[in-house]
Ligand binder design. Structure first.
Ligand code: AMP
Ligand code: MG
Length: 312
């Protein structure tokens, strides 16, 4: 069965086509706005990206689209396109939860044993989820304020770095000469929950766009190490309570090599990551989750009911 996956929750447009486990097409069209995500522009750009690129794809048997959570304008563009296409082809469509897709992508890729625990670290979310089986999830903890990716983006912007900031911080950290050291606070120590807004403020106070590249590089190095330690410590804490064999780390921030190394140092059994290119939002995860869910969880009607706050 050929499944087309359309992802438009935020600013990246993801389009993918799978046939069973074969990936026939998988592209991410990144939007480039100087000031980060501007919701109305994001929605318009999704429309253009889908219109331009959908022609490359052969006719699917099912169309999956992101129904939430996300920016409502962006979601509506993807959902409307998906529904209209499905209607014209006379094929079913299926609404997919974006968070569940991030969590389940490594399972679809590597087919390991359940249950597992997923650390989802992205631009909009930071959470630990216990996955008993498909559709049976327990959110163990989440961020009390900012998402980790959102914090990285804001700290990077404050330094005058490009968007998305997480990747820029990772690049600049490589140039550190260790002539200057930076220290940061450790938020919510005795809890499984995360918090990044206080850390963001503490970070922003130590650096600005006018600082030298050497200073920024050292800052990025220590900041990235610190964020990696915080995430690894939470994982170690939760690993004591959930004795699972398998762990999943997903979402855009999971692309970070320092964070991956810190998590590996915790020594939990098997850790599965999506490949770097499919850590950030992508259409493959939408198609992949649809292939796990369909037909048991059924197709959706032609009504469009995007849910900007859809929980897992
Ligand atoms: P997502 O919301 O899953 O699309 O992920 C986007 C977020 O991932 C943004 O906040 C990015 O700054 C962050 N991100 C992407 N690549 C990296 C990286 N290599 N290191 C850290 N953060 C990253
Ligand atoms: Mg995402």
């Amino acid at each position: 069965m050929k499944i087309l996956g359309i992802e438009t929750s935020c600013d990246d447009t993801g389009i993918a086509l799978i046939d069973g486990k074969k990936v026939l097409y998988n592209k991410i069209f990144k939007q480039h706005h100087e000031f980060g995500v501007i919701p109305e522009n994001a929605a318009r750009d999704h429309f253009d990206a889908i219109k331009k690129n959908i022609k490359e794809i052969e006719k699917p048997d099912l169309i999956a689209y992101t129904n939430g959570p996300g920016l409502i304008g962006s979601l509506f563009v993807g959902a409307s396109f998906a529904k209209a296409l499905a209607y014209s082809f006379g094929i079913p469509s299926i609404a997919i939860n974006h968070l569940e897709a991030h969590v389940m992508l490594p399972y679809w890729l590597y087919e390991f044993e359940m249950p597992f625990v997923c650390l989802l670290i992205s631009g909009g979310h930071t959470m630990l989820v216990f996955v008993r089986r498909l559709g049976d999830y327990e959110v163990i903890s989440r961020t009390m304020d900012d998402a980790v990716g959102e914090m990285l983006d804001k700290v990077a912007r404050n330094m005058g770095l490009a968007y998305p900031g997480g990747i820029e911080i990772e690049k600049l950290a490589k140039a550190a000469d260790f002539q200057e050291k930076f220290v940061f606070p450790v938020p919510v120590k005795n809890s499984d929950d995360f918090s990044f807004s206080g850390l963001k403020t503490a970070a922003i106070r130590q650096i600005c766009a006018d600082d030298t590249t050497e200073k920024k590089a050292n800052f990025c190095f220590y900041f990235q190490e610190h964020v990696g330690n915080l995430l690894a410590e939470k994982l170690a804490r939760v690993a004591k309570k959930y004795e699972v064999k398998n762990w999943v780390i997903s979402g855009g921030v999971a692309a970070n090599k320092t964070i991956r190394r810190k998590i590996e140092e915790v020594g939990v059994a098997n850790v599965f990551y999506p490949e770097i290119e499919i850590c950030t939002d992508n259409g493959l995860m939408i198609a992949a989750l649809a292939s796990l869910r369909f037909p048991k969880f059924g197709a959706t009607s032609l009504n469009i009911r995007c849910d900007a706050g859809w929980k897992m």
